[in-house]
Design a protein around this ligand. Structure first.
Ligand SMILES: [Zn+2]
Length: 503
């Protein structure tokens, strides 16, 4: 594909790959559904957050400004919301009653804890911070106002048990998912009807009246809490306006969540809500559906936390592995692939060290890599613009690593080109440098940050103790360094260290 800087994505709404044309030229308004914070996010959740991250990075690479919003669901998502409206119990309340829930004082404490954990994992995997990360519980007033408006304009009605969106009032309901036959939709909500006053089995809850719920608010309809779907409509419009460019999420959200969002939003404004809908396909582990009962269920921290709590995997290797399959195809996560990814990420880090050394040495000569690296970057970017074709993008980037490792020693001019290529590739794909840690702190010998100073001082003491053959003291100092989250490597070129990258 030629480098025409046209960003193409598969649009679930139209079922084809289309050039993304933003409402305001050069500005992307993008809303991506975030997690429900009732436990740690798993790697399948993160595969879909990574798709959003790559959309943002690719848009920025062609010079677009991005307005990126991704939410935190901390109320109203019921255990059976995915197939039976308003049935089941609140996922947050159930989590509080579980074994893990015992450590929390109350439901607010639990929500805060898992939201913080989510953000830590987010940073560990180098996902860009959104412009806004709104929480459902902090936007209840806006949700109540939206529901009142929907009741007033005839798209919703109240019963003794809650307020429902009237699906027959929105004839195109079902278009996104293709569930446009009434029988299919009836099937999707099964026979579970929790409210006899519901006018149509397809109608979905906007507000649930429940004075016993642990998170409850006063509303004109009665004390209770909002349904899951309304929060995303309201928060997307609050921060991005009535119309947005791209809306994203996991494929499990197409129906009913996104279908409901369209119905609510468009009934509120009379305008098209989102033009492009982008969905990430599911993830399997070693060829099987990920499930706790099968023992193949992994949260991000199961993999990246240090042993014995986790597997001690470099978060950037996990990032690499998760983005290595096309977002639009089912992804089979395997440990072999994760370890291969770790080897590749390590190669980039070796190249980065090699380039930094060459920059310091600044040997004379002409740039003999710049042009080829530019070519590899163009190939990488073209692949990303082509519906986020990450396998092709990663292969193109790897050609640069092979080139630089093949050459070995670089002169100053070539090293500067190589550095620029590494930075650009990292801006686009995000697995080379740990962005949440100052880059200077990641390499030996840097005196710029306080951790580096502390480690260098301890290493000097350790060298001194070894010289005096005081090995007990040397070991004790090494433990002290270890406690700082730093890994020490005794190499033929001397002692090196790097930050252990764990949460
Ligand atoms: Zn959502």
């Amino acid at each position: 594909m030629p480098s025409d800087s046209i960003f193409r994505l598969y649009n679930t709404r139209t079922r084809q790959v289309e050039p993304v044309e933003t409402l305001e030229p050069g500005v992307l308004r993008f809303y991506s559904c975030g997690p429900t914070v009732y436990s740690y996010a798993h790697i399948g959740n993160f595969r879909s957050f990574l798709t959003a991250d790559l959309i943002v990075r690719t848009a920025q690479a062609i010079g677009w400004k991005t307005r990126y919003v991704t939410n935190i669901t901390d109320v109203g998502h019921l255990t059976q919301d995915d197939y039976a409206d308003a049935a089941g119990e609140d996922k947050m309340e159930r989590a509080l009653r579980s074994k893990e829930g015992e450590q929390f004082a109350n439901i607010w404490d639990l929500a805060r804890y898992y939201a913080d954990a989510l953000i830590q994992d987010w940073h560990a995997l180098n996902l860009q911070e959104p412009n806004v990360r709104p929480r459902a519980t902090e936007h209840v007033t806006q949700q109540i106002e939206a529901i009142e408006k929907l009741v007033a304009n005839g798209h919703a009605y109240a019963t003794e048990k809650g307020v429902y969106f009237s699906v027959p009032s929105f004839p195109t309901y079902g278009k996104l998912s293709g569930n446009d036959a009434a029988e299919q939709l009836d099937l999707a909500v099964r026979d579970i009807v929790t409210d006899e006053e519901k006018r149509d089995p397809r109608d979905f809850a906007l507000w649930k009246i429940d004075p016993k719920h642990l998170m409850q608010w006063y509303s004109p309809f009665g004390r209770g809490y909002p349904g899951w779907h309304i929060e995303c409509s309201v928060m997307a419009m609050e921060y991005l306006g009535e119309q947005i460019d791209i809306h994203g999420g996991g494929e499990d959200l197409i129906f009913p969540h996104h279908e409901c969002e369209i119905a609510q939003s468009e009934s509120l404004t009379g305008k098209q809500f989102a033009r492009y809908w982008v969905h990430t396909r599911f993830l399997q582990v070693e060829g099987e559906k990920m499930s706790k009962s099968k023992g193949n269920f992994y949260t991000v921290r199961d993999l990246i936390a240090p042993e014995p709590i986790g597997r001690g995997i470099d978060p950037l290797a996990l990032r690499y592995a998760l983005i290595s399959g096309k977002y639009r195809e089912p992804f089979n996560f395997t440990f072999k692939h994760l370890l291969d990814s770790a080897k590749i990420v390590r190669r980039y880090q070796e190249v980065s060290t090699l380039v930094d050394e060459a920059l310091r040495a600044d040997r004379p000569g002409d740039d003999y890599v710049g042009q080829r690296l530019e070519g590899f970057y163009a190939e990488t970017l073209d692949a990303m613009l082509d519906d986020l074709n990450t396998p092709v993008a990663l292969a193109a980037a790897l050609k640069g690593v092979k080139l630089l490792q093949g050459i070995g020693e670089l002169n100053g001019a070539s090293a500067r080109s190589a550095k620029a290529w590494l930075n650009k590739t990292d801006d686009l794909l995000g697995f080379i440098y740990h962005e949440t840690t100052p880059r200077a702190a990641l390499v030996s010998g840097s005196q710029e940050d306080p951790l580096a100073k502390q480690v260098e001082a301890l290493l000097a003491q350790r060298a001194e103790a070894r010289k005096n053959r005081d090995f007990a003291r040397a070991d004790a100092i090494r433990d002290e360094i270890d406690a700082l989250g730093v890994e020490v490597m005794d190499t033929p070129e001397g002692t090196k260290w790097r930050k252990k990258l764990t949460v």
